[in-house]
Design a protein. Structure first.
Length: 231
């Protein structure tokens, strides 16, 4: 596993669990608004060894309940299965953050009880995926398969969208709502600008617009909320 970051404690990233987070390197998307752009190539930076991660988990085992594996895109890691099994053998639950581009990997992890919660990024409505993920020609078949599988309720899950003024409209949210209709949980994450964002000059929608997007999604899913917004 190419691990480029370890957050020792989070009370927010794994619902209902006190957890740690690891950040893997490498991604198969180049979303212009990505705030983890330094992880896209998976090259450079200081790697953290698996041994260091497991040492931390064992040391904090009396307080930690889970581990969040995020990225980059963690399903690109060739030894993800072996790593998850080691974490599970230590007694921790695992939450996986993914862009949904490897449905076979996700399904296999679920069916082998290697992950207990999954968060899938829904970047935009289907027709606007290419521009939103940074590629002119982009096939979303794997993502569609991933969404369909999760809607069958094999494990706790959430869908989420990082919302950027330049990329998202009310019509897009209606189309996303139709796509994931019946989902148990969906979260809007307002875009946050910063030094590591790939494209400069992007903007966060207003509070009123974010609330409108939430209300639209509420007509399609069981729970729709906004993360990181003081209501």
């Amino acid at each position: 596993m190419k691990i480029f970051g370890l957050q020792k404690t989070t009370l927010l990233d794994y619902p209902g669990r006190i957890a740690s987070i690891i950040f893997t390197g490498g991604c198969n998307m180049k979303c212009p608004y990505c705030h983890n752009s330094e992880l896209i190539t998976g090259i450079g930076g200081e790697e953290i060894s698996e041994e260091e991660v497991f040492k931390h988990l064992k040391k904090r085992g009396h307080t930690l309940e889970g581990l969040v594996i995020t990225g980059g895109e963690c399903t690109l890691q060739k030894d993800l299965f072996e790593f998850c099994k080691k974490v599970r053998d230590l007694g921790f639950d695992i939450k996986l953050d993914t862009n949904g581009t490897s449905s076979k990997t996700l399904i296999s992890l679920v069916e082998n009880d290697l992950i207990q919660y999954v968060a899938v990024d829904i970047k935009n409505c289907k027709e606007k995926y290419p521009a939103t993920v940074g590629f002119l020609d982009y096939n979303i078949k794997e993502i569609e398969e991933c969404v369909s599988y999760l809607l069958e309720d094999h494990l706790p899950y959430e869908f989420r969208t990082t919302v950027v003024s330049e990329f998202h409209t009310e019509d897009d949210f209606h189309k996303m709502g139709e796509w994931i209709q019946g989902a148990k949980a969906y979260y809007i994450q307002p875009f946050k600008d910063g030094e590591t964002v790939l494209k400069k000059g992007l903007h966060t929608p207003s509070k009123e617009q974010l609330l409108r997007y939430r209300d639209i999604m509420s007509t399609y899913v069981t729970k729709a909320e906004i993360r990181g917004l003081d209501l």
